[in-house]
Structure formats: structure tokens, C-alpha cells
Design a protein around this ligand. Structure first.
Ligand code: ATP
Ligand code: MG
Length: 339
């Protein structure tokens, strides 16, 4: 039976339908502009608006409703890798709530917390930290979110936080160099470091393609939002186009993200000098902007590559605009790899 993976996000709603087994075999991809602009509901009224959008994409694209995999945005599920002095399971269990309070931006009374030890150093090496993955879910928002689907007669089979889907879609292998993944959407950017298939660090930052379009709107007189979006897509960060005028507008708007990347690299390379990051992989809709690869190469002096979101799939693969589907594809791979 085909499964449908769905990613509700601020710019667009994406769905991929695929037959399961070994490699997902894609039969349909659907992308619809999200006219509510909401990636998750804060209350019943917002849930109602999102419901209309979800209903429309299922209807317009005739998406199967039996096996639905749902992506959860970071506002609903917050993921973090924390470093602690080595603790026993019992010690960790009693320390974990306090740790969550420090690292997960969800109040404890609204939080469902799961955690997993990623690495515990050997007994003799007490100077090494242990690494723990925290996954916090905002209870009330998660309920509003899944209720949207239940009202449409859909019982999501799997709900998973975006960061995990993205990592799976990118198919890391033991032999890969330590990599910083930068997944840039419209309103959100995920940064994650992967070392030998293990997630070592993951953070979510506000900001993405929308602020870039707004920067053009503010800087160019009499430009409509649609024109600003078109300038961004056509010229992007290319300094040789339009005498670099659009690039000059976009660079300052991209600066907070650039700084965040530099800071993350510095922090990680300091913590783990034995396996420093040697390359960056860009994904998400904004990674398709012209000139963005060479811009980040210049800013970081690292090799910067564009992700191949459909590499682990076959079937009806779209020829253009592939990056927005990375989350859906990772979700579809989950059943097969079971992790
Ligand atoms: N070729 C392109 N050049 C520049 N920007 C692009 C291009 N294609 C898509 N984008 C931008 O990518 C963003 C949409 O990407 P994506 O679909 O990953 O976001 P989203 O998942 O809807 O948002 P979020 O997850 O942040 O809520 C938009 O800001 C859009 O303008
Ligand atoms: Mg997104």
C-alpha cells in the first residue's frame, strides 16, 4: 500500500506518495503554497486554518489517506544533543528534567520528554563527556496538530521531528567526513552536525528565505512581493548579475545565519578537535538560490555541497525544485530503515 508523507510548513505544504519496500518508489509529489502561512497551530482558530490547507492538498492531489507519515516542526518538537559529565542511568533519570529546562524551550508543564544516551565514555575516561539526545514535545500543540488529521479521517502512523527526517534523507555513511547540514526553509533553519552517521549537535534557528525576500522589498522602491521573490530566485547572491545589486541587499540579510554557522563550527571544532567539520551540505528550498554555494564557501573556507534529496528513492522524481521535499523523503525512508 502506498504511504503519504506530509510536511506542513510556512511557505508551502509538501507531500510525497511512495510504495514501500527497500527503496521508496515515488508515485506522486505535491507542493501547494500555504496560504495560511502557519507551520503549526497555537490555538483552535489556527488549527482550523491549517485544516483547510491540508484538506485541499489531499483533495487536489488525490493523496492516499491510509498510511500517513507526518513531519513535526521544531516548534512542536524540540531536539537537542547535550553534553554531560558521565552519569549512571539512575543519575541521569533524576538530572534530566533540570537539563531539559536548560536546553529545551518548552515549559516543563507542557513538555513530554524523551531521551537517549548517544555516547557514554569508558569508565576510566571520566574527563570525557557523555552525549544525550533530548526530544521534547509540546503536548498541547502536538494534540492540536494531530487533531487536524483526525478531523479529516486520517490517523497518522508516524509523527517525527524534522531534523531526524532530514538526516535520514541525506543518507550519511560511516566513511563520510564530519558534516554540517544547513537546512534553510522559509521561516526556519536547522543546523546539524553529523559525524560517522551520529548526530552530534542539532539546533533550530528562526529565519530563512522569507527575510531575504523582505529585504529586497524594503530596499527596492515600488517592488511587489512577487517581483522581490522573482529577483531573489533569478539573481540571488550572484555578484556578477545586475552589478551585484541584489547580492548586496541579500548578504546583510543572510549575515545572522552566516554568523550562526561560523559560531557553530567554532564551538564544535573546539569541543571535538579530533573530528572537525570539513564540509557543509545545504538543503531546503533556500539552498536553491543562485550563488549560495560559493557564498558559503567564501565565508567558511569549507567545501559546500548541495544535498541530493531524492538520492535514496526512485520512481517519479521531480526534475526541478527538489530541495523542499527532503523532509518528506526522509520520513518515507523511515519504515525501511526503522530508525
Ligand atoms: N530557486 C530559489 N531561489 C531562491 N529561493 C528559493 C528558491 N526556491 C525556493 N526558494 C525559497 O525557499 C523557501 C521555501 O523553502 P521550503 O519549502 O524549504 O520552506 P518551508 O518548508 O515552507 O518553510 P519552513 O520549514 O521554514 O516553515 C522560500 O523562502 C522560497 O522563496
Ligand atoms: Mg520546511
Amino acid at each position: 500500500m502506498p504511504a503519504t508523507a506530509i510536511d506542513i510548513a510556512t511557505y508551502s505544504i509538501k507531500a510525497v506518495v511512495a510504495k514501500q519496500g527497500g527503496t521508496p518508489s515515488i508515485t506522486r509529489t505535491a507542493l501547494m503554497k500555504n496560504s495560511s502561512g502557519l507551520g503549526f497551530p497555537k490555538d483552535e482558530m489556527q488549527a482550523e486554518k491549517i485544516l483547510k490547507e491540508v484538506d485541499q492538498i489531499f483533495h487536489d492531489h488525490n493523496l492516499p489517506k491510509t498510511d500517513v507519515y507526518l513531519s513535526l516542526p521544531e516548534e512542536v518538537v524540540s531536539t537537542k544533543v547535550i553534553y554531560l559529565p558521565p552519569l549512571s542511568d539512575a543519575e541521569l533519570a533524576s538530572a534530566i528534567d533540570w537539563q531539559a529546562e536548560q536546553h529545551i524551550p518548552i515549559p516543563l508543564n507542557q513538555l513530554t520528554l524523551e531521551y537517549q544516551v548517544l555516547y557514554r565514555p569508558p569508565k576510566k575516561q571520566t574527563d570525557q563527556p557523555m552525549r544525550v539526545l533530548l526530544v521534547g514535545t509540546r503536548k498541547n500543540v502536538a494534540e492540536l496538530y494531530s487533531d487536524i488529521f483526525v478531523s479529516l479521517g486520517i490517523q497518522p502512523k508516524i509523527m517525527e521531528t524534522q531534523a531526524f527526517s532530514i538526516m535520514r534523507a541525506l543518507g550519511f555513511e560511516e566513511s563520510d567526513p564530519t558534516t554540517l547540514v544547513v537546512h534553510i526553509g522559509a521561516d526556519n533553519t536547522q543546523l546539524a552536525i553529523v559525524d560517522k552517521t551520529e548526530i552530534k549537535l542539532v539546533t533550530n534557528k528562526k529565519g530563512g528565505g522569507t527575510i531575504l525576500t523582505k529585504a529586497i522589498q524594503q530596499a527596492v522602491t515600488n517592488v511587489t512581493p512577487e517581483q522581490a521573490e522573482e529577483y531573489k530566485h533569478t539573481y540571488g547572491l550572484q555578484t556578477e548579475q545586475l552589478q551585484g545589486k541584489i547580492a548586496q541587499i541579500l548578504m546583510p540579510a543572510l549575515n545572522p545565519l552566516t554568523q550562526e554557522i561560523v559560531k557553530t563550527l567554532r564551538y564544535f571544532n573546539n569541543e571535538q578537535p579530533q573530528s572537525p567539520v570539513t564540509r557543509i551540505v545545504l538543503a531546503g528550498g533556500t539552498s536553491q538560490m543562485p550563488g549560495i554555494l560559493s557564498y558559503f564557501t567564501q565565508q567558511t573556507n569549507l567545501e559546500v555541497l548541495l544535498a541530493a534529496p531524492f538520492a535514496g528513492t526512485n520512481g517519479e522524481i521531480p526534475e526541478e525544485n527538489q530541495q523542499p521535499f527532503v523532509v518528506c523523503n526522509g520520513l518515507l525512508m523511515r519504515k525501511n530503515s526503522n530508525k
